[in-house]
Design a protein around this ligand. Structure first.
Ligand SMILES: [Mn+2]
Length: 352
């Protein structure tokens, strides 16, 4: 290393290293976790755009799972986000693959056979990194609120100006992962937000934030409200069998807004998989809470700060197995917050 390289701040050196790597490749495959959220969508199309500004014209963004929330579907529509279903991807035809907003070995992430993962950009904690995977470029900063902020920083440091659509996607990614810069937020997130703000399409941003919702959403919501159990400041809700997985996280977000609630544990069964979302007030540790809940279960989980999510595989989706799982999770959660044996109040029974 030359003296000038060693004196570069870490962040600028990272951006230089990414530019250098991309300029040495011909085709980039961008991957993220299943059912991508706004932060991963923003980071993915941001990285594609960054690569094209760096001179690498050919790239694809592979979609695994589905685009779930109405907001995310609106984001894809408004910002013309171009995705190829992962099953149609021939990974061997790319000489470079990038994982954004996730890492190799994470349970909710599919890396196609033959993909050469050279780039990993993320802000999640990795407990047990898989052996034998050493990406050329690895930028994982757990103190940062959004992967979209990291990608924005590359633009800023390289002197690139993102397009209006990409800037809007990146800022929406930052807004959702940091709850409008209110949680899990770092200086880097705020600098990224300030950099993007003059470039975004604010009308589109509002359309994405407040999309029309299907009638089925309100029917599920009505059922969900009947199932809320309150243990002091902890709200729990198992939605039972649900049609779409996004309701678990959406309902967890909604419950955290209830007066007096400081932590939420919400779950729901789709096919044979039980999905879990945990939310806490500022200063809470959602990741520790979900970890405590899932002790002894066959599943995976992840998260940071006040937000965590996970899934548990069940042998079947019969009601008795589901009820037993719900009881185990509830017991574990209550034990972890020192409320073992406490009685629940049903929200549906409260008259105040
Ligand atoms: Mn993220």
């Amino acid at each position: 290393m030359t003296p000038s390289q060693t004196s570069l701040p870490r962040s600028i050196a990272q951006t230089e290293a990414l530019l250098c790597l991309l300029r040495g490749r011909r085709r980039l495959l961008v991957l993220t976790h299943n059912n991508p959220d706004p932060d991963s969508l923003g980071a993915a199309i941001g990285l594609r755009h960054f690569a094209s500004l760096a001179g690498l014209v050919d790239s694809r963004f592979a979609l695994s799972g589905r685009i779930l929330r109405a907001e995310n579907q609106e984001m894809v529509r408004q910002l013309f986000i171009d995705m190829t279903p992962i099953a149609e991807i021939d990974a061997a035809s790319f000489d470079c693959a990038a994982l954004v907003d996730t890492q190799p070995g994470f349970g909710h992430t599919i890396v196609p056979v033959g993909a050469k993962v050279d780039i990993v950009i993320d802000h999640h904690v990795q407990e047990n990194p898989p052996a034998g995977i050493n990406p050329v470029f690895r930028d994982v900063r757990c103190e940062v609120g959004a992967t979209s902020s990291l990608v924005t920083t590359y633009f800023r440091e390289a002197g690139f100006i993102p397009s209006c659509e990409v800037a809007t996607a990146l800022i929406y990614g930052i807004k959702t992962d940091t709850a409008d810069l209110s949680r899990n937020v770092s200086d880097l997130d705020m600098r990224a937000y300030d950099f993007l703000f003059p470039l975004v399409d604010r009308e589109k941003l509002v359309t994405i934030t407040r999309p029309r919702l299907p009638t089925a959403y309100f029917i599920t919501l009505k059922e969900a409200l009947r199932k809320v159990r309150l243990y002091g400041s902890v709200a729990m809700c198992s939605l039972g069998v649900i049609a779409s997985v996004e309701m678990v996280a959406e309902f967890a977000d909604l419950l955290l807004r209830m007066q007096g609630v400081s932590a939420v544990f919400c779950g729901g069964l789709v096919d044979n998989t039980y999905f879990v979302s945990v939310r806490t007030d500022a200063g809470g540790d959602a990741w520790r809470m979900i970890g405590a809940a899932m002790v002894g279960e066959q599943g995976t989980f992840g998260g940071h700060g006040t937000v965590a999510g996970g899934s548990i595989q069940l042998a079947s989706s019969d009601t008795r197995g589901l009820r037993r799982l719900e009881r185990r999770l509830e017991r574990n959660i209550l034990r972890s917050v020192g409320l073992e044996g406490a009685n629940a109040t049903l929200l549906a029974d409260r008259g105040d």
